[in-house]
Ligand binder design. Sequence first.
Ligand code: TIU
Length: 226
Amino acid sequence: MVSVKARPYDYTLEPGKTALVVIDMQRDFIERGGFGDALGNDVSRLEAIIPATARLIGLFRERGWPIVHTREAHKPDLSDCPPSKIRRGSASVRIGEEGPMGRLLVTGEPGNQIVPELAAQDGEIVIDKPGKGMFWATGLHERLQGLGLTHLVFAGVTTEVCVQTSMREANDRGYECLLIDEATESYFPEFKASTIEMIVAQGGIVGWVAALDDLAGALQSAEAAA
Ligand code: TIU
């Protein structure tokens, strides 16, 4: 067990039972010309977390620990996208329509790929999820259970939408969830800050939040002491 300084109190990480989950670091949300940009968001805020997220991925890869990458993605015929979700875009930019990086939020399109700096490596799990949360219609819970995983460390975008939804879904399924502050971001800084406060409130009602340095330092110290 590794004790990590975190809010609202230290997080106990269990090597062998912990996976990293990187939510939706796809070009559609991060790069200019993608879905997020087309909706009028400042995507540079999200781009700025790529180095910290790469470092976090590196911590897990060095140890051979499991890594899950998700993409918000729909089938090309949009049969897995409720009409209500399609209607929610702006009139000019809707899921499935052609954008500068291909059809928005459609599997296999250039904009739907994870940014090259964070691309999955062989052996890592990649999940296409039609919802904001990572468990809806993905079979992920069964896969994580099959690997004996009980603890999930979260990164990705956006903090208050797909990351928070996924973390809440995981919390309800019994996972011990830790979000890494520098490896998540929102188009709206106040929403990131509020989400973190919501997660750690009431004794960690959704989970824990830690700084990347505190996770890295705790892993190193535990390994040095072993
Ligand atoms: N991944 C994710 O958060 N999907 C979104 O649609 N987020 C927005 O903030 N729009």
